[in-house]
Design a protein around this ligand. Structure first.
Ligand code: NAI
Ligand code: MG
Length: 357
């Protein structure tokens, strides 16, 4: 937007979400001051299990009205399995946002970072740098199907994959578009048309139908089984990888795992047409095992702020935070315990903020 003023819903959630969120906000505020834009931060105490304890539900009935008009959601992590079962806490919060706001792209970077040990031998920062684009609303995760004759010899369960031309085309266009803006301009599609012989050939056909719209982008496809192997053996060959909901779910965990960053990785749930706000969050959960100790790594939250600023059009500020993250990851005073350092969550966040701008 032209006045460079952004309304952000800040939703820390549970566990370490409450600890890393202040550091994400610290970086955002430092970037706003350095690059001259304005943030209206609106903190919300819902979408967390404490709220559930008080109200018997994860969010107020009028949550949509309360979030009306925000430019983005900045989210921590949700879940506290000791008091609220995960299927309730996630379905009544995060999954509501993804669905109601039609966030049909789930986007995660796969990037080898300095200071983060890589589980793959012989790779250095710069060698691995690609994006996983996951379809986030349909596909294999459908509610079409049923369960009949439970507990009997006739028991039968069916769950059908739903792919619509609308749903497939829009995520493919997002991925092609992303690839067209990158240096290598290459798209890889995940398929399994040799086994899943109805929906996956359709997916492949839509890739071929849309590819001519992006003449500058080359593309190829791999069956999902060999693609997972290639993520491990030849990660340097990927630029943008697009996948259906289930395949994308797997690849978007495998990718960050291959770079050792699953604890520091960010993700975005994007509504690309801008009719609804998008949501930015670290990949990790609420980490009950370390919550309350002030030792959680805030980098995933801060890197999510980078993705949010890119989405809002503040590219310079985003790049400045990214540079500050990279410098902090190799510094002595900024690394948290999971990276063999001794910095607290707050010390790491302050180290990053001090390097912005
Ligand atoms: P988790 O990601 O919370 O933790 C897995 C392991 O990684 C733990 O040992 C934890 O201490 C460590 N870890 C995670 N983030 C870290 C950080 N920033 N710094 C240092 N160490 C970190 O996954 P888990 O334990 O399976 O789930 C815990 C809760 O979080 C559950 O309720 C789950 O449903 C929820 N969850 C929520 C997500 C979300 O809000 N998007 C995503 C994943 C899980
Ligand atoms: Mg997953």
């Amino acid at each position: 937007n032209t006045d460079r003023r952004y309304r952000i819903a800040v939703i820390p959630g549970d566990g370490i979400g409450k600890e890393v969120m202040p550091e994400g906000v610290r970086a955002l505020e430092a970037a706003a001051a350095a690059f001259g834009f304005t943030l209206d931060l609106e903190w919300h105490d819902f979408a967390c299990c404490d709220y559930y304890a008080r109200h018997g539900q994860m969010m107020p009935d009028d949550w949509k009205a309360r979030l009306d008009g925000v430019d983005a959601l900045f989210f921590g992590a949700v879940g506290w399995p000791d008091t609220v079962p995960d299927h309730i806490s996630l379905w009544q919060s995060l999954l509501q946002f993804r669905r109601e706001y039609d966030q049909y792209v789930n986007l995660r970077p796969v990037r080898l970072m300095p200071g983060v040990p890589c589980p793959l031998a012989g790779r250095k920062p710069g060698d691995i740098d690609f994006w996983v684009v996951r379809e986030n609303t349909e596909g294999e995760y459908s509610s079409v199907g049923g369960h009949m004759f439970p507990g009997t010899d006739r028991e039968i369960v069916i769950q059908e994959t739903v792919m619509t031309r609308h749903g497939v085309d829009r995520v493919l266009r997002y991925a092609f578009d992303l690839a067209s803006k990158r240096e290598r301009r290459h798209l890889t599609s995940a398929t399994k048309s040799n086994g899943i012989a109805i929906t996956m050939p359709f997916w492949d056909a839509r890739v071929e139908a849309i590819a001519p719209e992006y003449p500058g982008v080359t593309h190829d496809k791999y069956h999902i089984d060999i693609l997972t192997a290639q993520f491990v053996m030849n990660p340097q060959r990927f630029d943008v990888v697009v996948a259906s909901n289930l395949f994308g779910d797997i690849l978007s965990d495998l990718g960050p795992a291959c770079t050792g960053t699953i604890g520091v990785a960010p993700s975005a749930n994007i509504n690309p047409d801008g009719r609804f706000p998008s949501l930015f969050e670290p990949v990790h959960g609420s980490a009950p095992d370390i919550a309350g100790q002030g030792i959680a790594n805030p980098v995933g939250q801060v890197w999510s702020a980078v993705m949010m600023l890119e989405h809002l059009g503040e590219a310079e500020a985003a790049a400045a935070i990214m540079g500050a993250i990279e410098a902090t990851l190799v510094s002595d005073n900024g690394r948290t315990r999971d990276l063999s350092g001794s910095a607290s969550t707050e010390a790491c966040g302050k180290a990053i903020a001090s390097l912005i701008g």
